[in-house]
Each structure stands twice: as structure tokens, then as C-alpha cells.
Design a protein around this ligand. Structure first.
Ligand code: NAD
Length: 296
């Protein structure tokens, strides 16, 4: 195969299109439901990266017509206080999605908070019930970053059936749910991780290579099969002679010479994640249509 340079998988442009579609859908649904959809984002403490992520999410909500119920709590907020906030949001008929922005201050138990969220309002798709639905292949709210990766692959008609997909990283946030989604799409899936031996031997087998590690430029051209599809989930901030900037897990300039498709960082998976968060919120919201099937 003769690859000149890889085609860019443009997550930014696709995410914009998804937001436009969601906006139109919300306009129609709103006349039936009688209120706009609502997303509650809980932030505790003063992590600067979290603040930037939350601003991003709120801006996207405003673009499509989702009301954001942002709640910012001081660092010393207790677990019991947050449990009570989540219980109230579970009951609040204006709120369709709830998420707790990570990281949390050390004294708080993020998993326990996640368990409190009504699975039907779990906009991040990380509640055990929704992960269980994913394992079983049942409909449910899907984890946003893996869902964004799958949507991007679908948009560019990338064949997955029978292909060798390698996911690097086994987190509950990205690696594990992504591997399950690729499996559901009939790929032959390998999960590599920090204890895998001979990573290059594994990555070189991949028709679809998806690193989700958080190590700047871990993946170099010699680790990539000619003609592979490379989707870079990693985001790290580095400071070098060029200045401070975001980079992925992939050495973009060298890998684009061997890959057939590649995502940039930023502008690849990141914007897709936000669009899937809003899509999950609208999915929960659409259950309030008068003619929507009722849960039994
Ligand atoms: P994590 O730290 O929970 O998991 C990292 C995984 O990488 C682990 O499973 C570990 O086994 C594996 N790993 C670590 N070192 C490795 C090595 N040398 N070789 C192979 N595997 C190794 O991180 P996470 O929450 O899954 O996030 C991963 C990356 O994706 C981070 O850079 C994060 O910022 C980014 N991320 C991006 C988005 C997005 O929207 N683009 C969303 C979530 C996370």
C-alpha cells in the first residue's frame, strides 16, 4: 500500500454537525415536552483543567439549547452533602443528565457518587447499570469518549468487522468500554496496558489502533502498520521549545506518513466526547415525550 499522508479524521467538524443536528431535534422535542433539556454538572474544588472542561461543556449546551445547571462546591464539601445534591437532582424534573466532573478532592469517593446517580440521568454513561447494559449489548447511555470514537469511525465508513483493533489502556472511562464497543462491531479486539510486554509487536498488528494512555507521543511510526487507522484518545499538556501545548499519545507528524487515517490532537476525539455527552442528555430527555414508550 502506498500511503502519502494520512487522511484526517476531523472530530471537530463532525462534532459541530452533531451539535447542529441536536439543536434542531431539541427545537422539535421542546414543543412536545414543554421545557428544554437540562444537564447538571457538579464541580468540587478549584482544579483549573476541570474549570476549562466545564466551561466547554456549558458553551456546547448553550449552543444546542440545553439548560446547564452548573453547581460549583467548595473543596471541603462532604460526601453526604454531595449525596443529597445528587438525590435532589435525581428527583428534579428539569434535569435529564447529571455528571460529576473529575478529579474530585481526595477526601471524596467518586465511585460512590456515581452510584447515586439515577442510571437514566447518567449523562457520562459510566454508572454500573449502563456499563452492564453495554456488556450485555442492551440499549442504554454509552460512555462518551468511546461512543465518540465509534461515531467518528462510522462517519468515515471505516470497516470494523473482522479487523484487528488494538486499544491501549484499560480504564473504566475509556479503554474497557471502547473495547466492548469494538467487539460489538465485530472487530477482533486486543487490549494492551501498562503491564503488556512488547507493545510494538502488539500495535503493529493493528488495523485500527486506539491509544488511550496519556503519555505524550508514545506511539511512533515504527509501531504502526502501514495503512492503519489511528485514533488518538490521549491528551497531555507539555511545555517545550515551542511553548505549552496539548499533544496526544501519537507522534502525529511521523505516524501520519504510515497511517491511512489519523485524528489530530486537539480537534479529534475531544470535541466528539462533548457532543456525545449532549447526545446522551437529549436521549434521556426524549423519554419525556408524551408518546415515548414508558418503562414498565
Ligand atoms: P488512565 O490513567 O485511567 O488509564 C491509562 C491507561 O494507560 C491504563 O489502563 C494503563 O494501563 C495504560 N498505560 C499506562 N502506561 C502505559 C504504557 N507505557 N504502555 C501501555 N499502556 C499504558 O487514563 P484515562 O482516563 O483512560 O485517559 C487516558 C488518556 O485519554 C489521558 O491522556 C486522558 O487525558 C485522555 N482522555 C481523553 C478524552 C478525550 O475526550 N479526548 C477523554 C478521556 C480521557
Amino acid at each position: 500500500m502506498d500511503i502519502k499522508t494520512a487522511q484526517i479524521l476531523d472530530g471537530k467538524a463532525l462534532a459541530e454537525r452533531i451539535l447542529t443536528e441536536l439543536r434542531s431535534r431539541i427545537q422539535v422535542l421542546q414543543t412536545e415536552v414543554g421545557r428544554p433539556p437540562g444537564l447538571a454538572v457538579l464541580v468540587v474544588g478549584n482544579d483549573p483543567a476541570s474549570a476549562a472542561y466545564v466551561r466547554n461543556k456549558e458553551r456546547a449546551c448553550a449552543k444546542v439549547g440545553i439548560t446547564s445547571f452548573g453547581q460549583h462546591f467548595p473543596t471541603d464539601t462532604t460526601q453526604v452533602e454531595l449525596d443529597q445534591v445528587i438525590q435532589a437532582l435525581n428527583q428534579d424534573a428539569q434535569v435529564d443528565g447529571i455528571l460529576v466532573q473529575l478529579p474530585l478532592p481526595k477526601h471524596l469517593d467518586a465511585v460512590s457518587l456515581l452510584h447515586q446517580i439515577d442510571p437514566d440521568k447518567d449523562a457520562d454513561g459510566l454508572h454500573p447499570v449502563n456499563l452492564g447494559r453495554l456488556v450485555r449489548g442492551e440499549p442504554g447511555l454509552r460512555s462518551c469518549t468511546p461512543a465518540g470514537v465509534m461515531r467518528l469511525l462510522e462517519e468515515y465508513d471505516i470497516e470494523l468487522q473482522g479487523k484487528r483493533a488494538v486499544v491501549i489502556g484499560r480504564s473504566i472511562l475509556v479503554g474497557k468500554p471502547l473495547a466492548l464497543m469494538l467487539l460489538a462491531a465485530d472487530a477482533t479486539v486486543t487490549i494492551a496496558h501498562s503491564r503488556s510486554s512488547d507493545l510494538p509487536a502488539i500495535t503493529k498488528q493493528a488495523d485500527i489502533l486506539i491509544p488511550a494512555v496519556g503519555r505524550p507521543e508514545l506511539i511512533t511510526a515504527d509501531m504502526v502498520k502501514l495503512g492503519a487507522v489511528v485514533v488518538d484518545v490521549g491528551i497531555s499538556r507539555i511545555t517545550d521549545t515551542v511553548g505549552s501545548r496539548l499533544v496526544g499519545d501519537v507522534q502525529f507528524n511521523s505516524v501520519r506518513e504510515v497511517a491511512q487515517f489519523i485524528t489530530p490532537v486537539p480537534g479529534g476525539v475531544g470535541p466528539m466526547t462533548v457532543s456525545m455527552l449532549l447526545q446522551n442528555t437529549v436521549l434521556s430527555y426524549s423519554k419525556w415525550r408524551p408518546d415515548a414508550p414508558k418503562a414498565t
